[in-house]
Design a protein around this ligand. Structure first.
Ligand code: PMP
Length: 292
């Protein structure tokens, strides 16, 4: 079935959703995006995604032609046009059409694209078995460069890491920051559990502050875990009782091996299983209704 795409205010057929080769999103990766999920007829954490989108826009000085409410409405309209109840939604806003120079002042109007489709990042069996991940040589860029908190169209840092993971047959890569602390994965945030402590690296380690990261921290607090944002190393990872990743596409997925070291008992730990279960419960029940 041909997907219906939102392009600059109109819903068009997929084959008509075309963008200029002079768009600076294409020429320079000059733009921002969001990945959002809908479950069971509701968009999960829509306000949080919109807030992050506007923060990314402000940071790169991208003028938003639409306000938060208008973007929300456009997202809902795109999902409805595709008659979806469960979806992966991609909002992409680029600097727009300019000339061949870098100067963004030449780009008059941002290009706005919304895609509502499906996604299955990992084989469902891996949520039961857990992932075996590897650390890769490419370091996460630090906050003093293009801050990873900006969800920008410049994903080459992560793609390099992803290529390195592919070379060693790993489903996801752990990226360290320049000081050697664990930062995050190519498209997911990372957590470890030690006793009743739930640790995740702080944003100054160099990472995207994931919306699902916040959800996992909230669930951790509900489970009476002591939730802390702290720097940790591969040593801490190897010796953790449990480890899991979070992300909009991945949701919450257990990690059972890092760089050949078994984590805990080599199977998803009991807190991780509880967090996955709680996450699914919350995701199905809460969110912005699509069809009301
Ligand atoms: N880190 C990176 C680099 C990401 O691209 C993503 C999103 N796929 C995440 C973390 C997780 O963020 P969220 O929970 O908001 O999807």
């Amino acid at each position: 079935m041909s997907r219906k795409i939102y392009l600059n205010g109109k819903i068009v057929e997929e084959k008509e959703a075309l963008i200029s080769v002079f768009d600076h999103g294409y020429l320079y990766g000059d733009g921002i995006f969001e990945g959002i999920r809908a479950y069971n007829g509701r968009v999960f954490k829509l306000d949080q995604h919109i807030e992050r989108l506007f923060k990314s826009a402000k940071t790169i000085m991208l003028k938003m032609e639409l306000g938060p409410e208008e973007i929300k409405e456009a997202i809902l309209k795109t999902i409805r046009a595709n008659q979806l109840e469960d979806a992966y939604i991609r909002v992409v806003i680029s600097r727009g059409v300019g000339d061949l120079g870098l100067d963004p002042r030449k780009c008059e109007t941002p290009t706005v694209v919304i895609i509502a489709s499906k996604i299955e990042l990992y084989d469902p069996a891996l949520y039961e078995k857990g992932l075996k991940v590897k650390t890769v040589p490419t370091r996460r860029n630090g906050p003093e460069m293009v801050n990873p908190r900006i969800k920008s169209l410049n994903y080459l840092n992560n793609i390099m890491a992803r290529i390195e993971a592919n070379l060693v047959d790993a489903p996801e890569a752990i990226m360290l920051n320049q000081q050697g602390y664990v930062a995050e994965c190519t498209g997911d945030n990372i957590f470890i559990i030690e006793g009743n402590n739930l640790y995740t690296p702080p944003s100054y380690a160099g990472l995207l502050k994931g919306i699902k990261r916040e959800v996992a921290m909230d669930i951790g607090r509900d489970l009476k875990l002591n939730v802390r944002e702290v720097l940790f190393t591969r040593y801490d990872l190897f010796n953790a009782d449990e480890c899991f990743l979070t992300g909009t596409a991945a949701e919450v997925i257990p990690v059972v091996e890092v760089d050949g070291r078994q984590i805990g008992e080599g199977k998803p730990g009991s807190y991780t299983k509880q967090i996955i279960e709680k996450f699914r419960e919350i995701a199905c029940k809460t969110g912005t209704p699509i069809y009301e």
